[in-house]
Design a protein around this ligand. Structure first.
Ligand SMILES: Cc1cc2nc3c(=O)[nH]c(=O)nc-3n(C[C@H](O)[C@H](O)[C@H](O)COP(=O)(O)OP(=O)(O)OC[C@H]3O[C@@H](n4cnc5c(N)ncnc54)[C@H](O)[C@@H]3O)c2cc1C
Length: 269
């Protein structure tokens, strides 16, 4: 449980962090809250030669309103998001999701940027990112770009983020009517299955996490929904390669995906 040797560098600005990423190349890793990277380094599943600490870069931990969106800095902790008055008022589903993550220690240190970049298939935020049509704002030495959730999550621990890019913020449309429900792993609280449902005008949107190798938008449920939550939720895993592991077989996960989709839809106001 002791990591391999590495060099630690603390970045004081985004431009410094990006220059360091460029200099050290694929041998470098950013660290924010350290609650995914450090366990992986201790197990030697990840052995970066250089660790660039972005945790104290000014300006990356703000939560702001911008028209119809909330803009959440990459370094906002889960606790900060769960307890933010603006998030609770304008996008309560995100506050609920953050509150459901891990335990108080994890929520006090772990960040939304770190969680999205890590892309654990059982992470909670991706379901909300997808259901809310959020955009992930990233920056590299060659400039900035904005990536939709459906393009961002690509597989187990795999994202569209380039190795020389970092997440700066997450831009999420406000939504007053949303729900996140999950079947938690009893030890870690990770989502064995998690469902985010959002109602906007006449339409609904559904994001599912924990079910497949990456979170997905349950478009078949959205198309089928005509007010009958049970009938629509039968489509929760249509066309999806459902995971099977020592926590849950694919049959059980499929069942949970349908049950939690139905519950989330029924809980929408
Ligand atoms: C006991 C325990 C229980 C947990 N339970 C849950 C749970 O119930 N639900 C859940 O969703 N998660 C859970 N987690 C994971 C937790 O939410 C982590 O905090 C999160 O996955 C990573 O955030 P971090 O800031 O700690 O990232 P770090 O560990 O610092 O970094 C993780 C990865 O992201 C990269 N990274 C970090 N910040 C950025 C950035 N701004 N741009 C680009 N790359 C970046 C790093 O290079 C690294 O590869 C749990 C973790 C633990 C240890």
């Amino acid at each position: 449980m002791i990591p391999a040797k590495f060099e630690y560098i603390k970045a004081s600005s985004v431009s410094e962090a990006l220059a360091l990423l460029d200099k050290h190349g694929d041998d470098a890793q950013l660290i924010a809250g350290g609650h995914s990277l450090v366990p992986a380094m201790k197990l030697r599943l990840n052995q970066p030669g250089t660790v660039i600490d972005i945790g104290k870069i000014p300006g990356l931990n703000s939560i702001k309103e911008d028209g119809d969106d909330l803009v959440i800095g990459a370094n906002c902790t889960h606790h900060q998001i769960a307890t933010s008055p603006i998030v609770k008022q304008k996008l309560n589903v995100l506050a609920q999701t953050a509150k459901s993550i891990g335990d108080i220690q994890v929520r006090n240190k772990g960040t939304i940027g770190g969680s999205l970049a890590h892309a654990d298939p059982a992470a909670d935020y991706p379901a909300v990112i997808l259901a809310s049509d959020a955009k992930i704002e990233v920056e590299g030495i060659n400039g900035k770009r904005s990536i939709s959730g459906s393009d961002f999550f690509q597989g187990i621990y795999a994202t569209a983020l380039g190795s020389h890019e970092m997440i700066i913020a997450i831009r999420i449309p406000k939504a007053s009517n949303g729900v996140y429900l999950k079947f938690s792993h009893p030890a870690s609280r990770f989502a064995v299955v998690g469902c985010a449902a959002i109602k906007n005008g006449a339409g609904i949107s559904i994001g599912l996490t924990g079910v497949a190798d990456h979170a997905y938008r349950a478009s078949a449920v959205e198309r089928a929904y005509d007010g009958d939550a049970k009938a629509a939720s039968e489509h929760a895993v249509d066309g999806v390669a459902v995971m099977s592991d020592n926590f849950a077989s694919s049959e059980y996960r499929s069942h949970l995906a349908k049950v939690f989709t139905e519950r989330a839809l029924s809980a929408l106001g």
